[in-house]
Design a protein around this ligand. Sequence first.
Ligand code: C2O
Ligand code: CU
Length: 420
Amino acid sequence: VAIAALLTGTGLAVAPAAAPAVPHDHGPGEARSVGEPTRRFTLTAGTATVRVSGRDVAAWAFDGQVPGPELTAAVGDVLEVTLRNRDIARGVTLHWHGYDVPNSQDGVPGITQAAVLPGQEFVYRFRADQAGTYWYHTHAVSDLGVRMGLYGVLVVRPAPVTGVDVTVPVHTLSGRPLPEPRTEPVGAGTPVRLRLINTDSTTHRYALAGTPFRVAAIDGADLRGPASIVDTAVLIPAGGRYDLVFAAPATPVALFVDGRAVYSTGPVSTATGGWPVLDPLGYGARAPVPWSRFDRTFTLVLDRGLDLHGLLPRYAHTVNGAADPDIPPQVVRFGDTVEFTIVNRSQSVHPWHLHGHHVLVLSRDGRPATGSPLWLDSFDVRPGEVWRVAFRADNPGMWANHCHNLAHADAGMTLHLMYS
Ligand code: C2O
Ligand code: CU
C-alpha cells in the first residue's frame, strides 16, 4: 500500500539491517525456581458494573476495573501474581499474551493448569526477562471472558523512564469502545512513547496526527524500522502491540483509533482516514534470517467447514480440515528450528497467535520479508494470504497455537505445539 509514496514522500529513512538476534532463549530447565519475587501483585476477578461512555455495563473485571490494573516491572524483576476468583462461575486464569513464560505459568486451562474457580487462587511466578509491551487475559472461556473485561496491560521497562510513557489498550465492551478519550498536555521536546495494545478480537486502525514518529517495537520486540514516518496509519491485529515514539512538538498531537481520538496532548482536528498504511514487512532491504535450514516444517490451512466429530455437526473454523480438539498437534524437539506456513482459504481475517514463542516472519505471499527482522506473536493472515514464519523450539511444554479472534478459537481454530 503506497509504500513507494511513503519512501519518496515522507522522508522515510531505513536503519541498516544487522543480523537478527533471537530475542530470548530459554534453557530446558527454566521452569524450575526463578528466584525470590521482587514485584508482587494480587488480581481478584469478579462480576462488576463499570461505566463506559456514560453508561453502566455489566462486566467481569479484575479488581473491579476494565481494563484490569496495569502491571509494571523492570527487566530482571521476578513477578509474582496471585490470581483470586471471587465469583466468576466459569473459572478464570491468567495468560501472559506475548510473554514467553515457562509453560507451567502460561495460564491455559486443561493444558497447563485447571481453571481457578470461585473461592480458589493460583500464584504465577516468572522472571521479567523481556522488555516491552504485553497484556494479560483470562484463557478460561476466553472469548466470553476477554469480551466481558478480564484483561489488562503488562509493561516491562528496561530502565528508568524519561519523558512520557503511556499505554493505550483498545477494547470494546458491550459494543462500546474503550478507552475513554484522554487529553494530557506534554511540554515541547518531551520524548513520548505510546504503547498501543489491541485487546479486541478484530483489527484496529491507528493514526497518529500532528508529529512524525517511529515504530520502536512490535509485539514487544524492538524494530529497526523507518526512522521517521508521518501521516501514515498502522493496522494492529487482535492481540498485537505497537510502540510509537516521538518528541512532542510545540503543537498538539492526537492518536485516532478507527477515526476516534483516544489520546491527545491538546485539540487536534485532522482527517486521517485517507492515510496510507505502514506495511511492517514491506520496506527496505531483505531481512536477514538466522537459520539456513529447518528441522521441522508444518503447514496450517485455515478454512471454514462442517465439523462432524462432536455429538452434533457444527459449522467450525478449521485447520487442515479439522476443528479443536481433533487437530493433530505440531510435535517438535527442544532445539529444533521450526518453520510453519499458514494458508488462509477462508473469507475471514485470522489473527494468528502462538504461545510461548515469538516467530520470525520469513515471507508473505511468496515475497520475502524486507525491512527489520520482524518477531511477532500476533499477526493477521488475511483471506487468500500465505505466511511463512519460523522459530526456535527453545521453551519446552505444550502450547496453544490459535486464532486470536477468540470466537474463532472457541469455534475450532485452536491446535497445540508439543515438545516430544
Ligand atoms: Cu492472547 Cu491464547 O491468547
Ligand atoms: Cu480466526
